[in-house]
Write a protein of this length. Structure first.
Length: 367
């Protein structure tokens, strides 16, 4: 292996090791101080579970970057933004805060990397036949992209191992791309985050004994959004916008779909429910692990197809992605309706059984 490969391997190993060894202590303290997530009508778990796994992820990521990474001015701003999100996420996991406060900190973090770190999209590379974009639009679009992707990753964190697996997949794809393009600072960011999240998955992939919480999902979403923008700005291919969208396909599609369904049903797009793609798949009969594997494979397949046909250009590829998303939208709506009909039929059957049991009981006592 060359020196860069060795450095990336050590980055992954360090982040993984810190995350793996930190989590047992976090679990112990969380139970000791009763810092646990209680099951409710929206959650998939049934027992009290610590939700501070993001502490280990952040510790592994930051320590790996500071030891093995290349700290440029841009990387400094990225770390500063992620640090703010880490603290607001940790506060929310411990005492719970309003969505407005979390959004405000997201705005501050995005502002740091966009305005101070100059992490922004400056060129659509022919997508929608647009190339160089005005500075004002560049700042505004980049700002919205960071906020949107951050929340997309946060929203998909609803199933054991799902968010961590999707994040690891995204980081792996971007990490390989950055490395092959010679952008080792960004490659280190992706590999360090992947190592920390893979370490966390050791305790979260099945029958989770700890959750990522907002501490982890907000930071990971923020970092993933930054990686996507940096990838687009490398201009390695005219299909970079399509590739970035494909790599982020599952969380982005799920967020857009859920918001659209809520609006069509006349409810607030921010009102929580159990209508995410992972909820629908589990209701359809898949286990949690099968759902995670399915969504990861779908994400990889979409990214792989787009990379394979990257010479077709972003306009064609994004058009195909939109077509696939629309097909998936209608398929999931069909599955959701079928799940609801099945649940209603099961409830009716239970009511008939209870009524028959009640009648038999009355007859047995002579009433």
């Amino acid at each position: 292996m060359n020196p860069q490969q060795v450095n990336l391997f050590l980055t992954f190993l360090w982040a993984f090791t810190i995350s793996v060894f930190a989590i047992p202590s976090i679990i112990h303290v969380a139970h000791l101080k009763n810092l646990l997530d209680e099951p409710n009508h929206r959650t998939m778990h049934v027992s009290l579970t610590p939700r501070l796994g993001g502490l280990a992820v952040f510790a592994g990521f930051v320590s790996a970057i500071t030891v093995f990474g290349t700290i440029t001015n841009t990387i400094q701003e990225i770390l500063a933004g992620s640090l703010l999100l880490f603290f607001i996420g940790m506060k929310d996991d411990v005492v719970s805060i309003s969505a407005a406060k979390k959004f405000f900190v997201q705005v501050i973090s995005a502002s740091i990397v966009v305005f101070m770190g100059d992490v922004r999209i400056t060129n659509f590379q022919g997508f929608l036949f647009i190339h160089e974009i005005p500075v004002g639009i560049s700042y505004g679009f980049s700002f919205l992209a960071i906020i949107g992707i951050t929340n997309a990753i946060n929203l998909i964190d609803g199933l054991d191992g799902l968010a961590g697996s999707i994040i690891s997949t995204i980081c792996a794809v971007f990490g390989v791309y950055f490395f092959t393009l010679g952008h080792y600072a960004e490659a280190s960011l992706a590999i360090a985050l992947m190592g920390a999240v893979v370490g966390f998955l050791r305790y979260n992939i099945t029958k989770a004994i700890i959750f990522m919480g907002d501490t982890g999902s907000l930071v990971c979403g923020f970092l993933v959004s930054v990686l996507a923008i940096r990838f687009m700005e490398m201009k390695a291919t005219d299909s970079a916008p399509a590739i970035a969208l494909a790599v982020l396909s599952v969380p982005v599609f799920d967020t857009i779909r859920v918001f659209s369904v809520r609006i069509m049903r006349g409810t607030s797009p921010f009102a929580p429910d159990k209508n995410h793609v992972h909820h629908i798949l589990t209701k359809a009969g898949l286990t949690q692990l099968q759902t995670v594997i399915t969504l990861v494979l779908v994400n990889l397949a979409i990214a792989g197809v787009v990379v394979l046909f990257r010479n077709a250009g972003s306009n064609i590829l994004v058009g195909l992605l939109v077509g696939f998303f629309l097909l998936s939208f209608f398929l999931l709506e069909y599955l959701d309706k079928r799940n609801k009909k099945r649940a209603e039929a099961n409830n009716l059957a239970k009511q008939h059984i209870m009524q028959a049991t009640h009648v038999n009981h009355k007859q047995s006592i002579g009433l």
